[in-house]
Design a binder for this molecule. Structure first.
Ligand SMILES: Cc1cc2nc3c(=O)[nH]c(=O)nc-3n(C[C@H](O)[C@H](O)[C@H](O)COP(=O)(O)O)c2cc1C
Length: 184
């Protein structure tokens, strides 16, 4: 199973990336999990698709189409998803009629050092997903709040309850993906 992970933060020390890494460690060893670079994608401009698109677009689109499942993990900037991940969705949704995310399973996580778990970003991301025919995992919803309190310096989850929850998220995602491919 090839799973592409998009994280809406370009920070090396991103909490969102750390939490997502903690989740995916509970997925089967034989699954191929890739955190895909999105910070290199030029800001989307429709004119790029009128000629030869940037090489970064070509590679990103190929990688998305070749994936079996997706994880979209986002922090919150001003009550929405950061521009880098919205840009990635815009790039992958064009040229028109050629969306990268079609008929595959996916999950959305949001993470914040604040108390609301990036709920606003999570919901905006879901709204964007309404344009892509993906099979989104419905439960559990994943809003990780107060994230600085659950991670140690090495980026490992120190709170047992949170760790158990992250394991249950991975198990649910695994079931969601397997069920999707059983039905096909
Ligand atoms: C431009 C900007 C806007 C932000 N707006 C919010 C916000 O609306 N809600 C929130 O919970 N945190 C907000 N924050 C704080 C981020 O949650 C925090 O920087 C977080 O660490 C970013 O995620 P990361 O650690 O994965 O990079 C904002 C940060 C920045 C830089």
């Amino acid at each position: 199973m090839k799973v592409s992970v998009l994280v809406g933060s370009l920070r090396k020390e991103s909490y969102t990336k750390k939490i997502t890494k903690e989740i995916v460690q509970f997925l089967p060893d034989e699954w191929n999990i890739e955190f895909v670079e999105i910070g290199n994608l030029p800001l989307y401009n429709e004119e790029y698709d009128e000629g030869t698109p940037p090489e970064e677009y070509v590679q990103f689109r190929e990688k998305m189409k070749a994936s079996d499942a997706y994880i979209f993990a986002t922090p919150e900037y001003n009550r929405s998803m950061p521009a880098c991940i919205k840009n990635a969705f815009d790039v992958g949704s064009r040229p028109q009629g050629n969306i990268c995310w079609v008929n595959k399973p996916a999950a959305i996580f949001s993470v914040s050092p604040g108390q609301l778990g990036a709920f606003g970003a999570n919901q905006h991301l879901r709204q964007t997903m309404s344009m892509f025919p993906l099979d989104l995992m419905k439960q559990p919803e994943v809003y990780i709040s107060n994230v600085a309190e659950v991670l140690n310096e090495e980026g490992k989850v120190v709170k047992e309850g949170t760790r158990d929850f992250l394991r249950s998220v991975a198990e649910s995602f695994q079931k969601h993906v397997e069920k999707f491919y059983e039905k096909k």
